[in-house]
Design a protein around this ligand. Structure first.
Ligand code: ATP
Ligand code: MG
Length: 763
C-alpha cells in the first residue's frame, strides 16, 4: 500500500486525517491543497467510507481523472466509484436521473455556447429587436449572469434593480428575451451550461424528497478551488451537506479569478457563518512545494498589493532558483520568435522535454505568434481552449445528427442538420417551422413529423423524407451501442460521403476528423469505466468537456502547452512563459473599470506566476497590432509592481527568423550581446545611428523612443515619453540592479518609471 501519510507536512496531515464535521483548507498556491484533498478521500475510503457516498467537485474533468488515478493507487479500483467531476458533469448526471421531476426527459440535450447564441439570435430576430442594440454576446452574458445568481426569467422581469443598471436600461427587453429563451430550451428538451446548475437548484428546491435522497447519499462533500464557485454552485453544496455536515472546502482567495462569471470570494468567508464558527475546523497551508524561493517571493510581492485578502504567509524551503527573466521584444511577432528560441535553448541546455514548458497568455487570440514561431523551430505544441476538436464544423454536424436522433425536440440540432447534406430546404422554411412550433408551444419534431398539416410547398416532400430518416435512426437506439448507431448515421445521412467526395486537402482532413470522432465513440464504448454505453451517455460526456479536457489530435504527447491563464489554474510546469505583459492587454483594458477589477487582474497574474516550478520568463512587445492598427505598448504595471530584485532583463536572443540571416554580420553580433546593461546600451547606440527601415522594424524599438541608458539620466533633465509626453526628471533611484526615475510630466503628472522598460528620450 502507498504510504501517503508520510509524504505530508503537519497541517496537511491534520487536514487529511480530520474526521467528521466541516473543514476549510485555506492555503497558498502550490501548498498541496489538491494533494490533501486527494489523500483525504483515500483516507476516508481506507477508513470504511463507501466511495459511492463521496462527492468530490473539481475544476476540470481532467483534474478529477488525475485525482481518481492517485486515489486508485492507494485504495484500488474502489476509487472508480467515487462521484467525482466538475459541477456541471456531476449535476448533469443527477439531472439525467431525476429529469422527470422537472419536466425533462433523461435524454435532454446540452446546448453549447454556439447553440445558445444561435437560439438567442433567432429570438431577437423574431421579436424584431435591433441586433445592434441587443448584441447576442451581451444578451447571453446577462442571462448567464442572472442564472448564476439564481434569478429566473420572471424574477428578472420583476426586478427593478437589474432592469435599471446601465446595460439593463440600454436593453429593456432582455427579460422578455430571457423568458422566450427559457421556454424554447424547455420545449427543445435542452439545457444550456448554466441551466445544469440552475435546474439542479430548482430540483432541490421543489422536490425535497429528491434533495433528501442525495443529502443522505453523500456522506462527504469535497470542493476544490472553492474560491471560484458561484452562488448557484455554492447553494448546491450547502444543501447537499446540510444533513451530514461533512463538507471540506479547499481554496485560495488570492487565486479567485472568476468574479466576472459570478464567482464570489465571499463564499469562503460565509463558510464559517453557514456551519457555525465553533464547528468549522480551519487548516492553513502556507508552505509551497512547487516553486523556487525566487518565484514564491516574487509572487508574494505582487499579491501583497491587493487589499482584499485573507492573511497568509506563503514560503518555501525549495532552492533559491534563478532570477525571473524579462524579455523585451519590438513586436508581437518578435515576441513569438524570442520565446520560441528561449524554449529551444532551454531544451538544449537542460534535459527538458516539451511537456516541461507552458506559454500563458491573457486572451486566446495571442496564441498565433507563438504557434508560428514554434512551428518554425519544429517544436510541437498543443493549444488548450482554441478551436477545439469538438468545435469543428464537420464534428458538430455529425454530433448534430446524433443529438437529434436522441432528442427530436432539439431545435438547434434540427437547424444544423435539416439541410445537410443539401435537401433544398431553405432558411425561411426552417425559420417558419421554429415560429410555428413556438406559437403552438409544440416541439419542432411535432411540426416536422406532420409537416403536410402546417406548411405547403415544394419542401414538404424533403422534410418528410428527413423525418423518415430520423425515425429509422431512432429505432436503432435501443438495439445498438453508441458506436454502431453513430457509424450507421454517419454513412446513411450522407455526411461521410459528402466529405469523401471532396478531394481537397481540407476535405480529406474533415473526413479524417469524422473518422476520429467515430474512433472516440468506439473508445468510449470499449472503456470498462463507462457502464452506460448508449449514444445519449456518450453525447453527455462530450458536451461537458471543459476547455482543459480536450482531445489530443495525434498520439504524440510531448508538447509545449499554450493556454490562457484562466485555463492554467491548478496546473504546474517546470518552465513558464507569461507573455504579452503590456498595459491594456494585461491588465486587460476591457476588464478594468474599478479597483476590484484591477485586483482580479492582479490575482490572475499571481496565478500565472505561481504555475512555474523552476524558471519563469515574462515578456512584452513594444508594438502590437490591435484591431488592425499598429499600437505602441507600455510594459505592464505588474512588471513594475514586482519586487525588482527578483528580475533580470534578458540578453536579447538571436531570433531564428529569416531576417536574421539576411542582416549584415555587424548587426547580428550586436543583437546577441549579453547582459542587461549592455543590452540597453547597445539599443541606445543603435537607435542613435540612422537605420534602414527594415532592420528597425525587425529588431529594435521605434527609433524615437528607445530606452535610455540609465547611466545618461539624471535629475533635472528634460525627457519625452512615448505616452506621457514631456517631463522633468525629479530623481533617479537605485533598487537592486535596476534604476527607477521619478518624472514630473507636464500633462500626465508624476510617474515612477523603471528605466530599463521606459520608452524615454532625453530632449
Ligand atoms: P494550486 O494553488 O496551484 O491549486 P495546490 O495548493 O493545489 O496548488 P498541489 O498542486 O496539491 O498544490 O501541490 C503542488 C506541488 O507540491 C505538487 O507537485 C505536489 O505534489 C507537491 N507537494 C505538495 N505537498 C507536498 C509535500 N508535503 N511534500 C512534497 N511535495 C508536496
Ligand atoms: Mg490545486
Amino acid at each position: 500500500m502507498v504510504d501517503y501519510i508520510s509524504g505530508l507536512n503537519d497541517p496537511q496531515r491534520e487536514a487529511v486525517m480530520h474526521g467528521d464535521g466541516p473543514l476549510m483548507i485555506i492555503a497558498g498556491a502550490g501548498s498541496g491543497k489538491t494533494r490533501v484533498l486527494t489523500y483525504r478521500i483515500a483516507h476516508l475510503i481506507e477508513n470504511g467510507v463507501d466511495p459511492f457516498r463521496i462527492l468530490s467537485l473539481t475544476f476540470t474533468n481532467k483534474a478529477a481523472g488525475e485525482m481518481r488515478h492517485r486515489i486508485e493507487k492507494v485504495v484500488g479500483t474502489e476509487a472508480r466509484n467515487i462521484w467525482m467531476g466538475t459541477f456541471h458533469s456531476v449535476f448533469a448526471k443527477i439531472l439525467r436521473i431525476e429529469a422527470k421531476a422537472i419536466g425533462y426527459t433523461s435524454n435532454f440535450s446540452i446546448y453549447d455556447t454556439d447553440d445558445s447564441k444561435s437560439l438567442l439570435r433567432s429570438i431577437i430576430k423574431e421579436m424584431a429587436l435591433d441586433d445592434k442594440v441587443y448584441r447576442v454576446n451581451s444578451v447571453f452574458g446577462r442571462i448567464s449572469g442572472a442564472k448564476n445568481r439564481l434569478i429566473g426569467p420572471d424574477d428578472y422581469i420583476n426586478n427593478a434593480v437589474i432592469q435599471a443598471d446601465d446595460e439593463g436600461a440600454r436593453m429593456p427587453h432582455i427579460g422578455r428575451i430571457y423568458k422566450q429563451y427559457a421556454i424554447r430550451c424547455f420545449a427543445a428538451n435542452a439545457m444550456d451550461f448554466d441551466d445544469l446548475l440552475f435546474n439542479t437548484n430548482v430540483l432541490f428546491r421543489d422536490h425535497l424528497d429528491i434533495l433528501n435522497k442525495y443529502q443522505h447519499k453523500f456522506q462527504h462533500v469535497m470542493v476544490d478551488e472553492f474560491q471560484d464557485t458561484n452562488v448557484s454552485q455554492y447553494l448546491i453544496t450547502r444543501k447537499l451537506a446540510a444533513v451530514h455536515q461533512n463538507i471540506c472546502i479547499v481554496g485560495d482567495d488570492a487565486q479567485s479569478i472568476y468574479a466576472f462569471r459570478g464567482a464570489n470570494i465571499e463564499n469562503i468567508l460565509n463558510f464559517q457563518r453557514d456551519y457555525g464558527k465553533e464547528n468549522v475546523k480551519i487548516v492553513k497551508l502556507e508552505q509551497n512545494y512547487r516553486s523556487t524561493k525566487t518565484i514564491v517571493q516574487a509572487a508574494n510581492s505582487i499579491i501583497s498589493r491587493n487589499k482584499n485578502q485573507l492573511e497568509k504567509h506563503v514560503f518555501t524551503d525549495n532552492e533559491e532558483g534563478s532570477l525571473i527573466e524579462i524579455i523585451k521584444a519590438s513586436s508581437d511577432n518578435e515576441e513569438g520568435r524570442l520565446v520560441a528560441s528561449s524554449i529551444f535553448e532551454a531544451k538544449m541546455n537542460g534535459s527538458l522535454t516539451n511537456n516541461d514548458f507552458a506559454i500563458l497568455y491573457r486572451t486566446n487570440a495571442q496564441s498565433r505568434a507563438f504557434e508560428e514561431a514554434l512551428r518554425k523551430v519544429s517544436i510541437k505544441y498543443r493549444i488548450i481552449g482554441g478551436l477545439s476538436f469538438y468545435q469543428r464544423k464537420e464534428i458538430k454536424d455529425l454530433i448534430g445528427y446524433l443529438r437529434f436522433t436522441v432528442n427530436q425536440q432539439d431545435e438547434e440540432a434540427f437547424k444544423r442538420i435539416i439541410n445537410l447534406p443539401k435537401r433544398g430546404i431553405g432558411d425561411t422554411t426552417v425559420a417558419k417551422i421554429s415560429v410555428i412550433a413556438a406559437e403552438k408551444e409544440d416541439s419542432i419534431w411535432e411540426i416536422v413529423a406532420d409537416i403536410g398539416k402546417h406548411i405547403a410547398g415544394r419542401s414538404t416532400f424533403a422534410i418528410e423524407s428527413f423525418a423518415t430518416l430520423i425515425k429509422s435512426f431512432k429505432l436503432l437506439l435501443d438495439q445498438k451501442d453508441a458506436f454502431e448507431v453513430a457509424s450507421h448515421i454517419a454513412k446513411t445521412s450522407g455526411l461521410l460521403k459528402e466529405l469523401y467526395d471532396d478531394k481537397t486537402v481540407e476535405g480529406l482532413a474533415r473526413y479524417e476528423n469524422v473518422q476520429e470522432l467515430l474512433n472516440a465513440i468506439k473508445e468510449f464504448v470499449d472503456n470498462p469505466d463507462n457502464e452506460d454505453k448508449s449514444l445519449s451517455a456518450f453525447l453527455q460526456s462530450v458536451s461537458l468537456l471543459t476547455t482543459a479536457d480536450e482531445k489530443e489530435d495525434d498520439g504524440d504527447n510531448d508538447k509545449v502547452t499554450l493556454m490562457t491563464i484562466h485555463a492554467a489554474k491548478g496546473l504546474e510546469f517546470k518552465n513558464v512563459h507569461i507573455v504579452g505583459l503590456e498595459e491594456d492587454l494585461f491588465p486587460s483594458q476591457m476588464m478594468l473599470e474599478s479597483r476590484n477589477d484591477l485586483e482580479e487582474e492582479r490575482r490572475l497574474f499571481y496565478v500565472a506566476v505561481t504555475r512555474a516550478e523552476k524558471r519563469l520568463t515574462m515578456s512584452y512587445a513594444e508594438t502590437r497590432y490591435h484591431y488592425g492598427r499598429l499600437k505602441m505598448c507600455e510594459p505592464s504595471r505588474f512588471l513594475l509592481e514586482m519586487d525588482q530584485q527578483y528580475l533580470k532583463v534578458s540578453k536579447q536572443r538571436s531570433a531564428p527568423s529569416r531576417l536574421d540571416f539576411d542582416r549584415p554580420e555587424r548587426d547580428k553580433s550586436e543583437s546577441t550581446s549579453t547582459g542587461s546593461m549592455s543590452f540597453v546600451r547597445s539599443l541606445a547606440q543603435k537607435t542613435a545611428r540612422s537605420q534602414t527601415p527594415q532592420s528597425a522594424a525587425s529588431h529594435t524599438p521605434s527609433p524615437d523612443f528607445a530606452p535610455t541608458s540609465t547611466a545618461d539620466l539624471a535629475a533635472g533633465q528634460r525627457v519625452e515619453h512615448a505616452k506621457f509626453g514631456f517631463g522633468m526628471v525629479k530623481n533617479v533611484d537605485v533598487n537592486g540592479t535596476e534604476r527607477k526615475a521619478t518624472i514630473q510630466f507636464e500633462t500626465a503628472g508624476e510617474k515612477v518609471l523603471l528605466l530599463s522598460f521606459a520608452k524615454l528620450r532625453v530632449v
